[in-house]
Design a protein around this ligand. Structure first.
Ligand code: SAH
Length: 447
């Protein structure tokens, strides 16, 4: 979502004359779009600011001011504290305030002193954002939901991103239509708890995420739909049925479980136990047998014993994930778990993380290896590292390299997978799909 938000900030600044540059050294405006989810990410902001302070000073000596901004969830959580620790910062604004960026830039130039905006405005920022454009992309993010009301005891998101809100169905469809008309073929719907999506549909009450996806599947040229991030207890039958019925919905799901221990899941306030999670996975796989699953894990949550950790390892064996993100528990200020007794020593966390990651990596390697010799449709959406090479994504989110002519960019092609590496696949081009097949299920239904 930070990638998406940063793109939108770029869109907002274009009309007042800003364009993105690759390095900060000669930028007139530098925005750090920050993440507060773990301590490491949050602390990185201050080390980056230290470097930027020097660049700003060098530019000032040359008579060229640099405006320095901190955006995102660290800005939201620490506001004034940033201005105290880094008084050379000119702007601090939260994730719900960035639509006011042009006005803030003007204020910084007009007034003395820093601009601070960490309010949650009454009207959604989306009402003020320009329509997203494809800008040469074939795969794009689209925020449909923001905020979270679930209050997992480890998590800062409800405090930094605010309460759950959904964008109206018509707005999402308009944005997706605009992206597809510009050549985008794959859209990933975003939300901190995307399953909480309940968007207003004019005259129809609200639509669930499953129903929204069904509506998006009617958009011409939009061949692939994904969504992230999911909260298991809120996956409903509409969504499960969407996985069964909607061909454009890709057979890959990121479904964070966090732990395999019921005791720990309860202490995390997750509203699912290990067996609920496994049952949900079964239902999803019955709906879409080739569904590939990835997940998030936290090791060393306060009170986690060896037996609790073993339950997590057992769950990984039972579910067979194809990829995962795993983290050492990081106490976050203001969250209930940070104050719990039984904080786990760092060396224990490190040991558990290593064991878990070995298992998860083995699962990923086995999944990639299993693709060798198979045919897969791949959306080619970028240049590879070597000349004549393009790179794309399989339906299961694997990165795939292939030797292919440049005019294949933006096409969904059939590949035969020849080799598997830990983080990617290599394929060879079978025939490029005829353009009508490239329209996906809607064209097939009409034929
Ligand atoms: N639903 C959210 C999750 C974002 S955080 C979203 O999509 O925006 C991503 C992952 O970070 C979580 O699933 C969790 O595994 C991990 N995480 C969150 N808080 C953490 C903490 N305090 N310590 C360690 N890991 C954490």
């Amino acid at each position: 979502m930070n990638v998406y938000d940063a793109e939108r900030m770029t869109d907002l600044l274009a009309p007042i004359g800003y364009e993105a540059v690759d390095i900060p050294d000669d930028a007139d405006l530098v925005i750090l779009n920050t993440c507060h989810i773990r301590e490491k990410a949050a602390e990185k902001v201050y080390s980056d600011l230290g470097r930027l302070r020097q660049m700003k000073a060098v530019r000032a000596d040359g008579g060229e001011p640099m405006v320095l901004a901190v955006a995102g969830c660290v800005a939201q959580a620490e506001g004034e504290e940033i201005l105290r620790r880094a008084p050379f910062v000119d702007m601090v604004f939260g994730p719900q305030a960035y639509h006011r960026l042009p006005e803030m830039v003007a204020r910084v130039h007009r007034e003395k002193g820093a601009v601070l905006d960490t309010e949650f405005p009454a009207r959604s920022k989306f009402d003020y954002l320009p329509k997203p454009e494809a800008q040469g992309r074939f795969s794009a993010f689209l925020t449909v939901q923001e905020g979270c009301d679930k209050f997992c005891t480890f998590c800062v998101v409800p405090y930094t991103r605010g309460a759950e809100t959904s964008r109206p169905v018509a707005d999402v469809i308009a944005d997706a239509g605009n992206l597809a008309a510009g050549g985008v073929r794959e859209i990933t719907l975003l939300g901190q708890n995307v399953n909480a999506y309940h968007g207003q549909a004019r005259g129809f009450g609200t639509k669930t995420l499953g129903k929204l996806i069904a509506a998006l599947a009617d958009i011409d040229g939009l061949d692939r739909i994904r969504y992230t991030t999911s909260y298991p207890a809120e996956i409903d039958s509409d969504l499960i049925n969407a996985h069964r019925d909607i061909e454009q919905l890709m057979p890959y799901l990121h479904l964070p479980v966090q732990s395999g221990s019921d005791r720990i899941l309860h202490a995390m306030n997750r509203r699912h136990g290990a067996s609920d999670y496994k049952r949900l996975v079964e239902r999803l796989r019955r709906a879409r047998p080739d569904l590939a699953l990835s997940s998030d894990f936290i090791v060393g949550f306060p009170g986690e014993s060896d037996a609790d950790f073993k339950a997590t390892m057992d769950l990984v064996d039972a579910v067979e994930f194809v990829g995962a993100y795993s983290f050492k528990y990081s106490p976050r200020p203001g969250t209930p778990a940070a104050a719990l007794l039984g904080q786990v020593p760092d060396d224990v966390k490190s040991e558990r993380l290593q064991a878990l990651q070995e298992k998860l990596n083995a699962g990923q390697a086995a999944f990639n290896q299993g693709a060798v010799g198979k045919k897969m449709s791949v959306l080619l959406d970028g240049a590879g590292r070597h000349s004549g090479q393009l790179i794309g994504r399989s339906p299961y989110m694997q990165a795939v390299h292939v030797q292919a002519p440049e005019d294949h960019l933006g096409k969904i092609v059939e590949l035969e997978i020849e080799a598997a590496h830990p983080n990617s696949l290599a394929g060879t081009l079978l025939d490029a799909l005829p353009e009508h097949e490239n329209l996906g299920a809607s064209a097939e239904a009409m034929a």
